[in-house]
Structures are given as C-alpha cells and as structure tokens.
Design a protein around this ligand. Structure first.
Ligand SMILES: [Zn+2]
Length: 266
C-alpha cells in the first residue's frame, strides 16, 4: 500500500487514506543507481521486481498461508472494492447494486456486495469474459452496454426505480452519468474509477437535491489498511472472499510488458 504518516490531521482521525503526507512519502526515492541517478517507484512500491525495499509505513503484517499471488490482490483492487461497498455505499442485505466496469476492482465490488447480502447484483461490462467472470463472482445479472441501454436495463430489473447503489469503476464522464441515472431516488452513487485529471462531468443540479441521491467519491474505499487488510485476509481464508478465481494467468517478470498489453486488451 502507499505509505501513510500516522500522525497528520487525517491519520489521527481514522482517515489514513487521506493522509496529508502520503504523496511526499511515497514519491521520495529511497535508492540510487551506482552512477547516482535516483530510482523512482510508483506509489513508493515498484512492485515489478523480485525484491523490493519499501517504506516501513507501507507494510501491513499478516499471518496467513494464502499464496502471495492472492495477497497481492489485497493491496489495491480488493481493498478498494470492499471499502466502496462497506464504507462508501454501506450496502445492506437485500439491496440492489450496479457495478459499471467489471475488471479487478469491479469484481471485488461484486464479491463484497455478495458478502454484504445484496439481493441483486448487476454487472456492466462490454467484454464477454468480464461479464462471465462477474456472474461467477456473484453477479445475478450482466449487461453488455454496447448492445443494450444500460440505464433502461437496470430500471427494468429494479421495478422501474433504479438500483439502491451504483458503483462507477471506470473513471469516465459518460459512465459516471450512467451510474447517476441508474441509481434510484434516495440511492447512492459511488465513484471508484479514477478519471483523467482534466475530465469534467455535467450534472442536473435540481436532481442532485430533489432526488436526495449522494454522489460519493471513494478513495481506497475509505479503508484503513492496517485495520482492514487483516480482516480481508480472514474473509479470504474462510472462503467468503474468493481470491483464487481472480488469478487468471501467471506471467514471469521478464514478460511483464506482455502482461500489461493483455490488461489493456481486457
Ligand atoms: Zn498522515
């Protein structure tokens, strides 16, 4: 995980995901090459390596027999998804949810909504392999947004009202608007996907108030890594959370660029 200081205004108030000093801590190079240039590492980790040196504030100790490849998922995708369900939207049993974007984080939202007891879990993704994985992870319905109007389909599946909770896991103004339209009045809309820095959205101002529908940002799902990661490990150890099915391919380090290309291709 990214480093957090543990002592700033946010950290001492159980909001370590908003740590004031995280960016400075994670971007500070810790290593130099033999000829003196600094070695930068994404969020201070640099995980495409056989060995890493990381800030001690990036480490969460866990005691478990889960394989490394499953634990690796907990560092980002799983934790984001779990937090979005339990902290941001606070999904309750028998509710209906929509997940727009069914990649790693989307699959985590689906699994955690299943754990929270959601009655209807609607996955949205243009790729057939993502939709079938979503159905295997606990989604009750899957929509291909390239062949059906996703808002119409969600309303059809939810008594015409829209879902209790929608999760946008893409980071795109069009799908953010669809997430808003697919949520019912009094529902919640959680923005989990990271948009481009210059992306803008236009919202119906009257609806923001009169539909009593919060548009919620969800950074790392509001999770507190040192508190929540051991709980996620326990969910995985007891089989409530299925991490094994999320590992679809193993790639040696020297083929990492091929792996990135495969991700880009869905
Ligand atoms: Zn802090």
């Amino acid at each position: 995980m990214g480093a957090v200081c543990g002592t700033c205004w946010y950290c001492v108030r159980d909001m370590t995901h908003l740590c004031d000093n995280s960016m400075a801590m994670t971007s500070a190079p810790r290593v130099k090459r033999t000829h003196g240039t600094e070695v930068p590492a994404f969020v201070g980790l640099g995980t495409f390596a056989e060995a890493m040196t990381v800030h001690d504030a990036s480490v969460v100790p866990v005691t478990t027999d889960l394989p490394d490849e499953q634990l690796a998922l907990i560092g980002c995708a799983i934790t984001n998804g779990l937090g979005a369900v339990f902290n941001t939207a606070q999904v309750k049993p028998a509710s209906s949810i929509v997940v727009i974007g069914s990649g790693g984080v989307g699959q985590a939202v689906i699994q955690d909504a299943r754990i929270a007891g959601a009655a209807r879990i609607i996955a949205v993704d243009p790729l057939e392999n993502k939709r079938s994985a979503a159905l295997g992870s606990g989604a009750t319905d899957a929509i291909d947004p390239t062949s059906a109007d996703l808002v119409d389909e969600v309303r059809r599946l939810t008594g015409g009202r829209g879902a209790h909770h929608t999760f946008e896991v893409v980071g795109n103004p069009t799908t953010i608007t669809q997430a808003w339209d697919a949520a019912r009045r009094g529902g919640t809309v959680a923005l989990v996907g990271m948009s481009a820095a210059d992306a803008m959205i236009t919202m119906p101002a009257l609806s923001l108030a009169s539909d009593d529908k919060p548009l919620c940002g969800s950074l790392y799902g509001g999770t507190q890594a040192r508190r929540d990661i051991p709980l996620i490990v326990e969910l995985a150890e007891t089989g409530r959370l299925d991490l094994a099915s999320m590992v679809t391919r193993r790639v040696p380090l020297h083929e990492v660029n091929d792996a990135i290309r495969a991700l880009e291709a869905g």
